[in-house]
Design a protein around this ligand. Structure first.
Ligand code: 1HN
Length: 371
């Protein structure tokens, strides 16, 4: 394993306080200044020191409380009726992990939310209900359980539930903590409160179906995928096909990224998303990388070991892997596969040159479980 050096090493700050120094620090503080050597070892750690901790949120525990919000607040008053998932180490920025936000949004039968747009990018992963629709820059999409859809930064969006009897619960993922950390947030309410949707529903899916790029698509110049929705059935089919053709990743099993069909790159400039399949009985090896990931158990059950702690998950559960935390995934069921949806900040890490990855070197690639 990596040997982290200690801070008494030559070349690291190691100044001990004296009465003269303490007085000097006060003099600097009075001028809104400070001595770098008092904080250097904290602000330049040997390796990433995330304040986020690994957390698992059980869907079975959250679901009744999400339903409770239906009777407690009107969608119009709340804007969006969402129970957010807050990492104990990131309460100050409302993040689930790193600079990623996630929450569970509930829409009652027949409800519709007003339109707005913001700099932050959003994505949706549907947990339950068949009546969900969203309009993104005038394009109406319908999404069902386990479907993935995007609302790129700056696009007008509004959503609703056209079911007569069942609520929709979907998971929102946003880069809001990142946008706020960079002081780049803007927010606008639609001047007419609602968009006028085009007549064709799911037009981006109709346009980019079957791996063919239609005439004129080269004209698309926005920094995000023109394909806005990724239904579950073809996604699962693709993973089953991939499982036949390839071994997959030693760390992630059979994994595929949702991509912008024009570039082959991530769907949005700040957030990427994957669906992965763990074969029956599969145990992946541990690795760690920079970048934070929020996972949702999409199918089956299993467990993940994150920083030495074991987290059991089942359909609908959400958990996070903070940056640089060792993690591995297990599907102990010998007869059924398991699928994990996830979203991440990898596009940010890659575009800034911050991406790093390491394989767990000991014990045949598995961490000792300490909790
Ligand atoms: C937002 O716009 C939605 O449009 C959901 O449904 C959650 C959380 C923070 C900021 C904006 C939505 C959000 C959000």
């Amino acid at each position: 394993m990596t040997t982290e050096q200690d801070d008494t090493a030559l070349g690291r700050a190691r100044v001990t306080d004296t009465p003269e120094l303490t007085a000097y620090y006060e003099e600097l503080g009075a001028l809104d200044a400070g001595a770098l050597w008092t904080v250097a070892n904290d602000i330049e750690p040997w390796y990433p020191q995330p304040r986020s901790v690994p957390v698992l949120w059980r869907y079975a525990e959250l679901r009744p409380l999400v339903h409770k919000a239906l009777g407690l607040v009107r969608a119009d008053d709340a804007g969006r009726r969402v129970v957010m998932l807050v990492n104990p180490g990131r309460r100050d920025v409302s993040a689930a992990a790193g600079l990623l936000y996630t929450g569970l949004q509930i829409m009652g039968p027949g409800e519709a939310m007003t339109a707005h747009r913001h700099q932050a990018a959003a994505l949706r992963f549907v947990h339950e209900g068949t009546g969900a629709w969203t309009i993104v820059d005038g394009q109406k999409l319908k999404v069902g359980p386990r479907d993935f859809a995007i609302t790129p930064g700056g696009t007008w969006h509004e959503h609703g539930n056209e079911s007569a009897d069942a609520p929709v619960i979907w998971q929102d993922g946003l880069d809001i903590p990142l946008v706020n950390a960079l002081d780049a947030g803007f927010y606008e309410v639609h001047p007419e409160l609602h968009q006028k949707p085009g007549k064709v529903v799911n037009s981006s899916l109709l346009t980019y179906a079957a791996h063919l790029l239609p005439y004129g698509s080269q004209k698309w110049s926005r920094p995000y995928s023109p394909l806005l929705a990724f239904p579950w059935e073809p996604t699962y089919e693709a993973l089953l096909g991939l499982a036949k053709a390839e071994e997959g990743s030693p760390y992630d099993g059979v994994i595929a990224e949702y991509t912008n069909p024009l570039t082959g790159g991530p769907v949005m400039p700040t957030m990427g998303a994957h669906m992965q399949l763990l074969r029956p009985g599969q145990a992946t090896r541990a690795h760690r990388h920079t970048g934070s990931v929020v996972y949702t158990a999409a199918k089956g059950r299993g467990f993940s070991v994150i920083a030495g702690r074991r987290f059991e998950w089942t359909d609908g559960d959400i958990f996070c892997v903070p940056s640089w935390a060792w993690h591995e995934h297990h599907n102990p069921d010998p007869s059924a596969d398991a699928c994990l949806f996830s979203f991440n900040d990898f596009p940010v890490m890659r575009s800034l040159g911050f991406h790093r990855e390491e394989a767990y070197p000991d014990h045949g690639g598995h961490q000792p479980v300490t909790a």
